[in-house]
Design a protein around this ligand. Structure first.
Ligand code: ATP
Length: 284
């Protein structure tokens, strides 16, 4: 039997770091949402007890370093599944971009194998498993829009009636999430986003206010390290996006746009600066 799952990209409408914890993780407060840009994951049962990963993308690991591999191994070990699986990752989400591509692949693998092997694992349990693989994985299990706290694994769903375009532009550099968190001085952050006001703007469908309040404290580190990201933000603002922010630890910058008539102009303008540009919808 063969099944498919979509693994969507996420963006952060806000990302705040409250403090560094004793266990080395950062205590965060993030509003995350999914966009309509997705990897397609094919899963096929194998008679032999093995996990095989393939992908058309030549630049991701295909061994136990791959998060989809780790997800498959985790579910096999925990539920004592003695069957194998062939997983093909059709990558569309740019890698190491701040769009949680790997985390979303891992979450989709958990959902898919739960189905393929008829394990009947409830969603909350899949999320607990996912937290062992990475802080963004629990959110990616369900998607939607959510407020994430703790190290990102504690989730509160947010009703999001906003419909808008999201233009993504990834400068041609790779950013290491751990390096960015490592360089952040959590005790001396200059500008914290007002998470509660952002939540209210989303729930109240106040698009302009949301655009005005978008905030990500990791910009303080990434924009200093990589001037290309700052430049990408400036270009997107100049081209007329309504709200512009870096996603995750970067380098992808996204622009929210309410009017469809503006989308092509911004998209084409950005293509003059970088080749990784996408115009997608925010998912409900
Ligand atoms: P996040 O926003 O969660 O930090 P990201 O979008 O910045 O994630 P990913 O695309 O998840 O970054 O990739 C981060 C690293 O993980 C890459 O260096 C890549 O080699 C590795 N990786 C492992 N599994 C995958 C996968 N399935 N897809 C993409 N990258 C993967």
């Amino acid at each position: 039997m063969k099944i498919y799952e979509r693994a969507s990209a996420k963006i952060n409408l806000s990302l705040d770091v409250l403090r560094k914890r004793e266990d080395g993780y950062h205590e965060v407060e993030m509003i995350m949402t999914m966009v309509d840009l997705a990897d397609r994951i094919e899963m096929q049962e194998l008679p032999r007890d093995t996990i095989i990963i393939s992908s058309q993308a030549g630049y991701i690991p295909l061994d136990e370093k791959n998060l989809a591999f780790q997800a498959a191994r985790l579910i096999k070990d925990r539920y004592d599944v003695r069957k194998g699986v062939y997983i093909h990752l059709d990558k569309k989400i740019p890698v190491a971009a701040g769009l949680a591509g790997g985390s979303s692949d891992a979450a989709a693998t958990l959902r898919g194998l739960n189905r393929l092997w008829g394990l009947g694992i409830p969603t909350e349990e899949l999320q607990v498993l996912g937290a062992e693989l990475g802080s963004d994985v629990p959110f990616c299990v369900t998607g939607g829009t959510a407020l994430a706290t703790g190290r990102g694994e504690r989730l509160q769903p947010v009703n999001n009636p906003l419909q808008c375009w999201v233009i993504l532009a990834k400068p041609p550099i790779n950013v290491s999430t751990s390096e960015v968190y490592g360089k952040l001085n959590a005790a001396h952050i200059r500008n914290h986003p007002d998470t509660q006001s952002i939540l209210e703007a989303i729930r109240g469908k106040r698009f302009d206010e949301l655009c005005h309040r978008l905030g990500n404290v990791l910009e303080e580190v990434t924009l200093e390290l990589y001037p290309q990201v700052r430049q990408m933000k400036e270009v997107m603002e100049r081209l007329g996006a309504d709200g512009v922010l870096m996603s995750g630890s970067g380098p992808t910058v996204f622009g929210l746009v309410s009017k469809e008539a503006k989308v092509a102009r911004i998209y084409n303008g950005l293509r003059g600066f970088c080749k990784d540009v996408y115009a997608v919808r925010m998912l409900p």
